[in-house]
Write a protein that binds this ligand. Structure first.
Ligand code: HEM
Length: 381
C-alpha cells in the first residue's frame, strides 16, 4: 500500500514499471468491470490496459470528451440541477442521493453518449442493481446483480451496433469507426463494448458520491457554506476541496513488471501495489491542516482523479456536474441538516453514500441574487 503522496505520484507516472494490465486494476471489488470474466476485463478496458494500446485508445476517444463538447452540456445540466434542487427544497427534506446527486451524472453521461432519454432510467436501474453491495456478501455476485449485468451488457452491445450503422461524433462512434495510431489497427468488438461500459460506469457512482459527499461536508462545516454563499468566486476551489475531501475513488492498483525501489522499499516483479489517492489527499507533507475542510485552500494538488497516463478522462465533466449542482443549491438553500442516518455503501472501491436524508432551509431571495458563476463564462470548469 502506498499511502504517501510523494511515493504514489512516481508509481502512477511509471506505467512501464507498474502495469495496469498485468493482473488488472482490482479483483473481487464487486463492480461491473471486475464482475466480468477476467479474460474479458483485463487488457480490454482502458483502465486495465498498458501502453502503447492504452495511449492510442485514449487518443482515439479523447475528441468525444473535449472541452467544447462538455461545455455544450452545461445548459441542459444546469436546468436539470435547478429543477432537481427546486423540487427537493419545495418538499423541504428528502434523500439527497436519489433526489439530486444521482440524477446529474446519469443525465451527463447519457447526454454525452447520446443515449435516448427513454432508456436512461432502465440503464440506471441495471447499474444500481449491479453495484448494490447491500444485496450480497463481500466477494460474491448476487443473482439480481448478475442478471442486471447481463441486461446492461446486452444493451451496450445493441448501442455499439447502432453506432456502427449510424456513427456520430460521440466517444462510442469514435471507438467503433476509428483506427488506433501507430498501426495498432481497430478496436476489437469486446474493446468497443468496454468503452461503452467504462464510460457509463466510471462516471456515475464517482460523481454521485462527490456530490453527496460534498453536501455532507458542507452540512458538517456550515461556516464553509456561508463563506461560499458570501463569496461565490470560491466555487472552483470549493469543487477541488470537495474532491480532495471525499476522494470518491479511494485507490487503484498496479502490478510491478520489474524489481523497483520506492520510498526505501523494494517492490518485487509481479507484486501488486495499491495507490491510495484518499490517503495522499490527507498527506500533511502536501496539505496544510489536511483534516480541515477549507474551500479557500490556495493550492490544492489533490489526486482524486489519479495521476499520470491513466488520469481520469472524465475530470472536466464531473467538475461541471458538481458546479451546476452547487450553483443550484446556492441559489435556493440557506443551509441544510442531516435528517437521519447516512447510509454508506459497503465497498473499498467507492467512498459511496447510498442514502442521506437531508432537511433544507430555503434561501431568501436576497442571498440568491449573487447569481451563479458558470464555467462557460470563465472559460473553464
Ligand atoms: C468525481 C468523479 C470521478 C472520480 C473521483 C474519478 C476518479 C478516477 C481515477 C482515480 C482514475 C485513475 C484510475 C487509475 O489510475 O487506475 C480515473 C480514471 C478514469 N476515469 Fe474517472 N473519475 C470520476 C469521473 C469520471 C467520469 C465522469 C468519467 C467519464 C466520462 C470517467 C472516466 C474515467 C476513465 C475512462 C478512466 C480511465 C482512464 C485511463 O485508464 O486512461 N471518470 N478516474
Amino acid at each position: 500500500m502506498f499511502t504517501r503522496y510523494r511515493d504514489i505520484v512516481p508509481v502512477a507516472r511509471d506505467s512501464v514499471a507498474f502495469s495496469s494490465e498485468s493482473g488488472g486494476d482490482r479483483e473481487g471489488g464487486g463492480t461491473m468491470i471486475e464482475d466480468l470474466p477476467r479474460s474479458v476485463g483485463v487488457g480490454s478496458v482502458i483502465n486495465m490496459m498498458d501502453d502503447p494500446r492504452h495511449r492510442a485508445l485514449r487518443r482515439l476517444v479523447a475528441p468525444g470528451i473535449t472541452h467544447a463538447r462538455i461545455a455544450a452540456l452545461e445548459p441542459v445540466l444546469a436546468d436539470a440541477a435547478r429543477s432537481a434542487v427546486d423540487q427537493a427544497v419545495r418538499r423541504g427534506h428528502g434523500d439527497l442521493v436519489s433526489d439530486i446527486a444521482a440524477e446529474l451524472p446519469l443525465l451527463a453521461i447519457a447526454s454525452l453518449l447520446g443515449i435516448p432519454p427513454q432508456d436512461r432510467h432502465q440503464i440506471f436501474a441495471w447499474i444500481n442493481a449491479v453495484l448494490d453491495y447491500a444485496d450480497r456478501q463481500l466477494g460474491e455476485t448476487s443473482q439480481t446483480s448478475a442478471q442486471a449485468m447481463q441486461q446492461f451488457m446486452a444493451y451496450g452491445h445493441r448501442f455499439v451496433e447502432a453506432r456502427r450503422q449510424a456513427p456520430g461524433e460521440d466517444v462510442i462512434s469514435l471507438a467503433v469507426t476509428g483506427e488506433l495510431n501507430d498501426g495498432l489497427g481497430r478496436l476489437s468488438a469486446v474493446e468497443q463494448l468496454m468503452v461503452f461500459n467504462v464510460v457509463m460506469v466510471a462516471g456515475l457512482e464517482t460523481t454521485r458520491n462527490a456530490i453527496a459527499g460534498g453536501v455532507r461536508a458542507f452540512i458538517q462545516h456550515p461556516e464553509q457554506w456561508t463563506r461560499l454563499q458570501n463569496q461565490r468566486s470560491l466555487i472552483d476551489p470549493a469543487l477541488e476541496e470537495i474532491l480532495r475531501w471525499t476522494s470518491p475513488t479511494p485507490y487503484n492498483r498496479r502490478t510491478a513488471t520489474r524489481d523497483v525501489e520506492i520510498g526505501g522499499r523494494l517492490i518485487r516483479r509481479g507484486e501488486k501495489v495499491t495507490l491510495w489517492w484518499a490517503s495522499a489527499n490527507r498527506d500533511e507533507a502536501i496539505f496544510e491542516q489536511p483534516f480541515a475542510f477549507d474551500i479557500g485552500r490556495p493550492a490544492n494538488p489533490h489526486l482524486a482523479f489519479g495521476s499520470g497516463g491513466h488520469g481520469c478522462l472524465g475530470a472536466q465533466l464531473s467538475r461541471l456536474e458538481m458546479r451546476v449542482v452547487l450553483n443550484a443549491l446556492l441559489e435556493r438553500v440557506e443551509g441544510f441538516d442531516l435528517a437521519g442516518d447516512t447510509e454508506w455503501v459497503r465497498s473499498n472501491k467507492h467512498t459511496g453514500i447510498r442514502r442521506m436524508p437531508v432537511r433544507y432551509s430555503e434561501a431568501s431571495s436576497q442571498s440568491a441574487r449573487h447569481g451563479a458563476v458558470t464555467g462557460a463564462t470563465e472559460g473553464r470548469f
